[in-house]
Design a protein around this ligand. Structure first.
Ligand SMILES: C[S@@+](CC[C@H](N)C(=O)[O-])C[C@H]1O[C@@H](n2cnc3c(N)ncnc32)[C@H](O)[C@@H]1O
Length: 216
């Protein structure tokens, strides 16, 4: 990752067609189902999605919690979610255009969350350790963080070789980063497998984990 890649531009460009990809919808459904099973979102909870995109996961979680803050760096992705919120008259999701990888990120009001989750966002964030520390500080004591992302992969998950991403995560290394961020009880489940065909016609399986951890 050398810093030349413009991630906001990428997701702004992809936003309009994001939900039309059945593979993305199926993955988001699997993430939401695993989150519900593992983290039991409840009606008293304040939740936050880091990197919500068009809200594929957040729209499934919001009916189960009190309030949900959906954060993204792409205004175009957020606009799609804002359209869904308006048309379905959802009253408990607020959206925010914020960069959670920035050390100077600030919230309008002082708030902590009972559940913070992200789906397929961590591999796009250069400073994994800094990002985990930042979201851990937003977590209330007793709260849960849940991160769905790729297992360490061969570097071919993303079609564009110029894209600056982590090639998935090694579970042991991610556990160390979670612990360094002050999170305990780190555990992993394999929740989905993405099958992707390369331009040469070779199909590769990419397992996706859900990593959960708590703040005591
Ligand atoms: C692969 S998409 C996943 C979107 C959504 N979670 C889903 O499952 O469909 C990653 C999202 O993370 C957002 N993102 C990337 N870096 C971010 C950051 N530093 N802070 C907040 N959002 C970020 C991108 O704009 C994009 O919408």
């Amino acid at each position: 990752m050398n810093g030349n890649w413009n991630i906001t531009e990428k997701f702004n460009n992809e936003a309009a067609l994001w939900d039309s990809d059945p593979r993305r919808r199926a993955l988001a459904e699997a993430v939401a189902a695993a989150l519900i099973a593992r983290c039991t979102p409840g009606k008293a909870m304040q939740a936050l999605e880091a990197g919500c995109g068009t809200g594929l996961v957040t729209m499934a979680i919001s009916p189960l919690v009190k309030q949900l803050t959906a954060i993204d760096t792409s205004q175009e992705m957020l606009s799609i979610l804002q359209d869904k919120i308006r048309s379905l008259e959802v009253s408990n999701i607020e959206t925010a255009l914020l960069d959670l990888s920035s050390p100077s990120v600030t919230f309008e009001r002082e708030q902590s969350f009972d559940l913070i989750y992200s789906s397929m966002t961590l591999h796009h964030i250069r400073d994994t350790a800094g990002f985990l520390c930042r979201i851990a500080t937003l977590l209330a004591p007793g709260g849960t963080i849940a991160i769905a992302d790729l297992e360490r992969e061969d570097g071919h998950f993303h079609d564009n070789p110029d894209e600056e991403v982590h090639h998935g995560f090694d579970r042991t290394e991610l556990t160390k980063l979670m612990n360094a961020a002050g999170l305990q009880d780190v555990s992993f489940d394999t929740i989905y497998t993405v099958s992707k065909k390369s331009s040469e016609g070779k199909t590769t399986e990419y397992p996706v984990f859900l990593c959960t951890a708590t703040k005591r």
